[in-house]
Design a protein around this ligand. Structure first.
Ligand code: MG
Ligand code: MG
Length: 319
């Protein structure tokens, strides 16, 4: 359990919020040592290990978690979703290693990097053109804090998840992946069953997607594409549509948090990110006490993560 603040009497909602953020960071840390490895080319992951493209110590998380922590900090300090403030914190992470596991930014996705450069040069995230090649998973991997913060008002949770994506990922597929996934996280916090969460076009608001439709490629996933496919059709890709599909495949198939994230990272490819996406939802669904204690304790800078979740919970109580 989180070492510095876990209280066995905390409510189920609190357990789910801790679960979602720890779930994200642990999925990221499990996948990092084999990031970019083709499926089948590595000894299957069963726990934290050292190595990978950045030669990280076991339990070290990457950009996925740093950006999620930046989002928490911004939501708490702004008491809401201020995209300019989020972007400023992302730039601090990129330039100064703010909220990184190692003291510096050692990895960054191409779309995020070009968005941060544009923002740094112009001070404006909205003036960037939509690039057809930018439908990456870099906003989905960090999104959980937004639906967690706004969970009492599901319309806002979904809307602001899409808006927050646009800071770095304004491609409609990336935006809609974040909107749909935010709905799943809100549903998980409400204790909705897995079967219902994964039913066609689930939203925490009835018939929500009828009026505010998803782009066709995300709608296809939300209709349940992941229930009828298996690897190699399911793949740990950097493309947000495939990434969402892979994370949901692992969540659907896994019988608990552990099994779900291990299925996600063992797909290979963009392993830390598939793990981080699956982990946000699986952690919200199973709660912090559904996550192996050993993984929580051995996470890099666990006190920092615990402190940020505590700040988030405190802010949510005040909303
Ligand atoms: Mg990463
Ligand atoms: Mg990645």
């Amino acid at each position: 359990m989180p070492s510095t603040s876990y209280n066995p009497d905390t409510s189920e909602l609190t357990r789910r919020i801790y679960g979602s953020i720890y779930g994200l960071a642990i999925g990221d840390a499990l996948g990092a040592p084999i990031e970019f490895s083709p499926p089948g080319s590595f000894t299957p992951v069963t726990g934290f290990r050292t190595g990978g493209p950045f030669n990280l110590p076991a339990g070290t998380w990457t950009d996925d978690t740093s950006l999620a922590l930046c989002l928490i900090e911004s939501l708490v300090e702004c008491n809401g979703c201020d995209i300019n403030d989020q972007m400023q914190r992302f730039v601090r992470w990129y330039q100064e290693g703010h909220l990184s596991a190692t003291g510096h930014c050692f990895d960054i996705g191409t779309t995020t990097r070009s968005a941060l450069h544009h923002f740094f040069a112009t001070g404006d995230y909205q003036s960037r053109e939509i690039d057809d090649h930018s439908a990456g998973n870099g906003s989905l991997m960090r999104i959980a804090p937004v639906p967690l913060f706004f969970h009492k008002e599901p319309h806002k949770a979904i809307y602001f998840a899409g808006e927050s994506s646009k800071g770095t990922h304004n491609h409609p597929a990336a935006v809609d992946a974040c909107r749909y996934f935010a709905g799943l996280i809100v549903g998980a916090l409400q204790g909705i069953s897995k079967e219902k969460l994964l039913s066609p076009l689930y939203a925490p608001i009835p018939d929500y997607w009828d009026e505010r439709s998803l782009v066709p490629e995300i709608a296809e996933v939300a209709m349940g594409s992941f229930l009828t496919k298996e690897p190699p059709e399911i793949a740990g890709s950097g493309y947000v549509v495939k990434s969402l599909e892979a994370a949901l495949w692992a969540f659907a198939k896994g019988r608990d948090y552990r099994e779900s994230v291990l299925l996600a990272v063992n797909l290979g490819g963009d392993t830390d990110t598939t793990g981080a996406i699956c982990g946000q939802l699986a952690g919200a669904y199973y709660g912090i006490d559904g996550i192996p204690d050993e993984w929580c304790r051995n996470l890099a800078k666990e006190e920092l993560i615990s402190e940020k979740v505590r700040d988030l919970i405190h802010a949510i109580e005040l909303v």
